[in-house]
Design a protein around this ligand. Structure first.
Ligand code: NI
Length: 158
């Protein structure tokens, strides 16, 4: 596994629509392992492949609950319901946080690294993470969902 460089906001790579994964091979497994390691090293709860410069539809999420590491290849929403406000940031926009409005519950269908169909249902932070990361695959950053950016002074412990 290897830590990859996280691309920062302002780089046009982050505004591109990613292509679906077609080959479930060793290279995909390596990418997913590297993304998981990169996310953890940066203390993030999610990371999308374009953030490491790969324009493919791959996401990793770990919100610290009993799902553990979630890997989503070619993810699609099958359900979204309700609404919640969240405090959201992004590893590509270090130190910047905002209040966003997102669905309260989501259900996502995707493939794992072996090409098997997986379904993830989440609410709260997991729902937000799914929405945030899948947005990245469509070139959308969290700021387009922000109602209000937070002043750094409003953040606890920062
Ligand atoms: Ni992000």
């Amino acid at each position: 596994m290897a830590i990859r460089n996280i691309i920062k906001e302002g780089d046009p790579v982050l505004n591109k629509v990613c292509r679906p994964v077609e080959k479930f091979d060793g290279r995909l497994a390596q990418l997913i392992d590297d993304m998981a390691e990169t996310m953890r090293e940066a203390n993030g709860v999610g990371l999308a492949a374009p953030q490491v410069g790969i324009l493919r539809r791959v996401v990793v999420i770990d919100v610290g609950d009993d799902h553990g590491l979630i890997e989503l290849v070619n993810p699609e929403f099958v359900e979204q319901s309700g609404e919640q406000e969240c405090t959201e940031g992004c590893l590509s926009s270090p130190g910047q946080y905002g209040i966003t409005k997102r669905p309260a519950k989501v259900k996502v269908r995707a493939f794992n690294r072996r090409g098997e169909v997986v379904e993830v249902e989440g609410e709260g932070l997991l729902a937000t993470a799914c929405c945030h990361e899948i947005d990245h695959l469509n070139g959308i950053l969290f700021k387009s969902h922000v109602i209000r950016m937070l002043d750094p002074k409003e953040l606890d412990g920062e």
